[in-house]
Design a binder for this molecule. Sequence first.
Ligand SMILES: Cc1ncc(C[n+]2csc(CCOP(=O)(O)OP(=O)(O)O)c2C)c(N)n1
Ligand SMILES: [Mg+2]
Length: 355
Amino acid sequence: MSRPVDARDAGVGSTEPARSAGAGFAGAGAGQLPPGLDREHGLELLRGMLRIRRFEERAAELYSLAKIRGFLHLYIGEEAVGVGVIGALTPDDGIVATYREHGQALARGVPPGALMAEMFGKANGCSRGRGGSMHIFDLSRRFYGGYAIVAGGLPIAVGLALADKLAGREGRVTACFFGDGAVAEGEFHESLNLAALWELPVLFACENNLYAMGTPIEQELARTDIRARAESYGIEAEVVDGMDVLAVEAAARRAAAGVRESGGPRFLELRTYRFRAHSMADPDLYRGKDEIEDWRHRDPIHLFETRLREADLVADADLEALEAEVAAELAAAVEEAEGGPFEPVEDLTKDVYAP
Ligand SMILES: Cc1ncc(C[n+]2csc(CCOP(=O)(O)OP(=O)(O)O)c2C)c(N)n1
Ligand SMILES: [Mg+2]
């Protein structure tokens, strides 16, 4: 690495580089649970993360079997971000995501069967099989995609928020997920500038997993302190331990409340890590096994499960029941995808050209 990652984690008290797992986050996902966390909510968060993990592990297998084709970008390791942020939203809020969006779609309640069928390219998929893994869309849940273009979702989120503002739909938030790679794109700056200038209700959720494909953050960003960039547009921003689902949920609640109260944007930089390669086509040769192992010790599911166990909120039987529930749901989803039809060839140009 030519340059160190910014060590300026002001507010989380770190002087360590962000590359080490959990650097600077007090508690770092372990220890006391916040007062008021009940068993039911704990199980809900755990179920949300486990559902994503098992879904994607299966998706990786199905990709190897060529049931899923094209690109496949897994969210494994980052589940606490999607579950925590989306858990702080209401059904009326909108969501815009990237090509690494299966987790957000599941957290939003897109049915696993419709999601898997989409990844199979089947007509019973949520985008009628025309989008695939990178273009998950579900209007009924205000899930506005799934964008393959890095930073491409940011202007869309700003546009959705502008529409809400112009139409007087007060109290709505549009949450926009994007990676650290998007921060180097012009669209990031244009979007933050307009959201701040026009006071638009956007919750920017930057998933900083330290890499954009094989490029480490210190080789992509002149300044790796992403929060400072948001603040330079006058947007209130917070750095969050993205491996700690409760920390993410709490920060997202603060940010969403800030958006609703002010009508203007808020920004979260969620420090996270992907355990798998960038995509199924990536041999993952640009980072050391030690680094991956270090982060695996902060697996968001394992961390949270341990905390719930230590607080006696869950026991072995609960976790077994949860695994069985998720496995049954997943088996049904795969069956739905397998059994779905492909669109007929006659429909190839439908919705492409005006009739
Ligand atoms: C405008 C644009 N440039 C390049 C690419 C190729 N590309 C696909 S994913 C990616 C990395 C993005 O990294 P990041 O935003 O950090 O998201 P992550 O994959 O880490 O979740 C790149 C460069 C693209 N899709 N769009
Ligand atoms: Mg990244």
